[in-house]
Ligand binder design. Structure first.
Ligand code: IMP
Ligand code: MG
Length: 208
């Protein structure tokens, strides 16, 4: 049985105490700098797309962000503040790693897949691209509604992943990481650690 586990994090220093859940893989400063770059790149691409559409006499569709909850919560909150454009946000809840699972067990749609993005310019946002099942499914569900365009942004990409089930093209990726289970900055293990300010590698399951 899993024992209760206290995560002692000093949120000023990012240092974890004796019961550390892991080691820092990507610190908050690197994350912040990269998200500023991503926000600027995405905004520039959206503006270029709008200009190209107008030059062909077409109106750019509304921008709809579709963050995948719960993992993308922190990422999207920071990213949108580097995107000074008009947008709406329609979160979707999908689940592929229930409880203490450390590998995907297949994707289930919990709620919120938007049904009204026809003609919209959609930006799907997730915390991490792992097996590819989540973003593969979501891209297909969005695409089926004939949006004007679809892009995907992920903070992390487990790029050399033996567990990759579906190759999903992501237009924007913050960091390529090794095939390790990570927590923090929105990512959880069994619902915990999402509030860690850094991305950390989970050092073994916290159950004895
Ligand atoms: P995929 O469908 O396997 O690509 O999984 C994507 C989802 O699984 C992500 O949205 C995460 O919520 C979760 N996930 C994948 N890898 C990790 C990890 O290393 N730590 C925490 N959650 C993960
Ligand atoms: Mg997720």
């Amino acid at each position: 049985m899993a024992r209760s586990y206290r995560c002692r994090v000093n949120h000023s220093t990012g240092q974890v105490g004796a019961e550390a859940p892991g080691r820092v893989l990507i610190g908050r400063d690197r994350i912040a700098a990269r998200i500023a770059e991503l926000g600027a790149a995405i905004t520039a691409d959206l503006e270029a797309e709008a200009a190209a559409l107008r030059s062909r006499g077409e109106a750019p569709g509304p921008l709809v962000l579709v963050p995948v909850l719960t993992g993308a919560l922190v990422f999207v909150a920071d990213l949108i503040r580097h995107m000074p454009v008009t947008m709406s946000i329609k979160p979707v809840t999908l689940s592929s790693y229930p409880g203490t699972a450390k590998a995907s067990v297949g994707v289930t749609v919990q709620s919120g897949v938007p049904t009204d993005v026809k003609g919209a310019r959609v930006l799907i946002i997730d915390d991490i691209l792992d097996s590819g099942q989540t973003l593969g499914l979501l891209r297909r569900m969005v695409q089926a509604q004939h949006p004007q365009s679809v892009r995907i942004a992920v903070l992390l990409n487990k790029h050399k992943n033996a567990g990759r089930v579906e190759e999903v093209a992501v237009e924007y990726a913050g960091f390529d990481i090794a095939d390790e289970f990570v927590i923090g900055y929105g990512l959880d293990y069994d619902g915990r650690y999402r509030n860690l300010p850094d991305v950390m590698v989970l050092q073994g399951p916290p159950s004895a």
